[in-house]
Design a protein around this ligand. Sequence first.
Ligand code: SF4
Length: 295
Amino acid sequence: MRVSTISNVSTADSSAERSMPRFLWLDLTRKCQLACVHCYNASGPDGTHGTMTRQDWINLLDQAAASGVRSVQLIGGEPTMHPDFTDLVEHALSLRLKVEVFSNMVRLMDTWWELFQREGVSLATSYYSDQSGQHNAMTGRPSHGRTRTNIAKAVQLGIPLRVGIIVGSDQQRAVQARRELEALGVRNVHIDRVRPFGRGAQGSDQDAGNLCGQCGTGKAAIGPTGEVSPCVFSGWLGVGNVRDTPLAAILSGIAMARANDTIRGATKSGQCDPGCEPNAECDPGYPLSDCSPRT
Ligand code: SF4
């Protein structure tokens, strides 16, 4: 992904406290076994883990917890392919952070299931169709059977799990996929859509007008190089790097405020209709909602 930095990280006075996110995406890597046609950050087998070291991520978690962050989502790329994945989950839990692991659930080692069953840990994944051919056409690999098997195992073990069915065409058997998942015992299933970023973009994948408008509100993302952005979809709106600047200074800084202003301006008002879930569209795999501030 291309990342540019909005300069001048400095503390923005009165809004600092209220702007501190409670949720962070830890976007660990661009490496993934799959090569999904819609991948919003173009991850794949040739991706790298970036420049953040294990200690950088540990330091970040410490700062996040001290700043009032309550929960983190480990994502990528495939976060379980990061060599420090289990250490980071353990460390986050030791700081009493809730941890969601957003995985393709293609290859989950036997030793990890105990970790996934720990209090405070949950799983999330994407699914595409009840037919393996349709599913595999989206992921670019023969992944359907393994993901389905691991979904069933997570349910069997009582691990909190949410599944987003990502729809890329009218022909996709999303409704049947939902029924299949519900029959497997998955309680949290939602139908989502391909987001116009990365490989999912038809044209430019850096159009702030395609964001939901809630990015940066109570949340932020940290990428594999340490760059902070308002959300995982807006990595090009870099606002500072945790490898050289404290997290709190970045999150409460002028650059973050400017990035958020840019997003609000591009997405009309950032206002949601009454009754919609305000942050629903910010979360990969999160349920598609009627919340459409961009329109
Ligand atoms: S969408 Fe997820 S599973 Fe698919 S290539 Fe991207 S990171 Fe991997």
